[in-house]
Design a protein around this ligand. Structure first.
Ligand SMILES: [Zn+2]
Length: 316
C-alpha cells in the first residue's frame, strides 16, 4: 500500500453555478460518499485546502485577469467571460482554495510525506487560458502546479497527461513553447467536441516543438483506440522525455455513460489508462504522481471511476 493523499475540503462545495449546471457540488459529494462507504477513505491521508498565494497564480495568469475574476465575483455577476462559466460570490475564493490545496499536496509529495495523491477539487482548470476563463475553468490548476514544481522545488522536466475527454487548451497554450514541460492529451476530436483544439499537428512552438502531443479520438470510438494511442504515442514519448514528476488532468467524462462526450471508454478502459500511467510513474518519477480532477459528469459513474483510480494509486 502507498501513502496516497486525498485532497478534499467542504469549502469546495461552496462554488455554486446556476441550478442544473453540470459542474455541480454534487460531483464531489458523490465521490466523497462513495469513498467513505467503501472504506477507501480510511486508507488515504486527508489533505485540506488552503488559500493559494497570488504569486503562484501569477506564474500562469495575467494580474489583470486575476483582478477581473475577483471583481466579477464580488460584484455578484452570474458568469465570467462566457455564460458556461457560471459564478457566485464565493467562486474566486474557492478557486484559490483549489490551487492552494494542490500546492500543499505537491509539498507533501516532494518532501516525501506522500507517495502520490488525488485532488478532488472544484472548479476544474485545464481549459483556463492565461487571460480567459473557459469551459467551467477559472484558474488553470495543473499549469500552476507545474510552474510551482519548477520554481519552488526546482524540478526540471515535468510530464502532464490529460485524459479528460476535452482537450486541455489552456494547459497546452501555457507550455507550448516550453521544452521542460511535456503536455500529452488524449481527447475526442473532431465533431462537436469542445474546445476544438488538440489536433495532431499541434506539437508545440519554437523551443517547445516536440513537447506537445495530441491523440484525437473520433466520436463513437472507445477502448481499442485509447489503448492503441496510449501505447503508440504516450508511452514512447514519455520514455524518451523521462519526466521527473507526472501531473495528471484526470477527467472522467470520456466514459460511455457520460453525456458530455461522444466517445465510449468503458470502466475497464479507464483502469487501463491509470495502470499505464502508473507504469510510467514507476519507471521515471520514483512514484511521484499528483492526479487532479477535471471533468466527469455522470454522478452514478464518476464516483466508481474515481474509486477505481484511487485504489490503483494507493495499491489497495
Ligand atoms: Zn471535460
Amino acid at each position: 500500500m502507498k501513502r496516497t493523499g486525498f485532497l478534499f475540503d467542504e469549502r469546495y462545495l461552496l462554488h455554486l453555478p446556476f441550478e442544473g449546471h453540470p459542474e455541480s457540488p454534487a460531483r464531489l459529494q458523490s465521490i466523497h460518499s462513495r469513498l467513505a462507504v467503501s472504506g477507501v477513505l480510511d486508507k488515504l491521508i486527508l489533505i485540506n485546502a488552503e488559500i493559494a498565494n497570488q504569486r503562484w497564480i501569477e506564474a500562469v495568469h495575467k494580474i489583470q485577469y486575476i483582478l477581473r475574476f475577483e471583481e466579477a465575483c464580488i460584484m455578484g455577476f452570474p458568469d465570467f467571460d462566457h455564460q458556461d462559466n457560471s459564478i457566485c460570490r464565493d467562486t474566486y475564493e474557492i478557486a484559490l482554495l483549489a490551487v492552494g490545496g494542490i500546492l500543499r499536496v505537491i509539498d507533501e509529495v516532494m518532501n516525501g510525506s506522500l507517495d502520490n495523491a488525488f485532488c478532488a477539487v472544484r472548479p476544474p482548470g485545464h481549459h483556463a487560458e492565461v487571460d480567459t476563463a473557459m469551459g467551467f475553468c477559472y484558474f488553470n490548476n495543473i499549469a500552476i502546479a507545474a510552474k510551482y514544481l519548477q520554481k519552488k522545488w526546482g524540478v526540471g522536466r515535468i510530464g502532464i497527461i490529460d485524459f479528460d475527454v476535452h482537450h486541455g487548451n489552456g494547459t497546452q497554450h501555457t507550455f507550448e513553447g516550453d521544452p521542460t514541460v511535456f503536455y500529452y492529451s488524449i481527447h475526442e476530436h473532431p465533431s462537436f467536441a469542445y474546445p476544438g483544439t488538440g489536433r495532431e499537428f499541434e506539437t508545440g512552438k519554437g523551443e517547445g516543438v516536440g513537447f506537445t502531443l495530441n491523440s484525437p479520438v473520433l466520436p463513437g470510438r472507445g477502448d481499442d483506440e485509447y489503448k492503441a494511442m496510449i501505447l503508440k504515442h504516450l508511452v514512447p514519448a514519455f520514455d524518451s522525455f523521462k519526466p521527473e514528476f507526472i501531473l495528471l488532468s484526470a477527467g472522467f467524462d470520456a466514459h460511455e455513460s457520460d453525456l458530455m462526450s461522444g466517445v465510449n471508454l468503458t470502466t475497464q478502459g479507464y483502469d487501463f489508462l491509470t495502470d499505464e500511467i502508473l507504469k510510467l510513474v514507476d519507471r521515471h518519477t520514483g512514484g511521484r504522481l499528483v492526479s487532479i480532477l477535471e471533468g466527469g459528469y455522470n454522478l452514478d459513474v464518476l464516483p466508481i471511476l474515481v474509486e477505481n483510480h484511487i485504489r490503483r494509486l494507493a495499491d489497495i
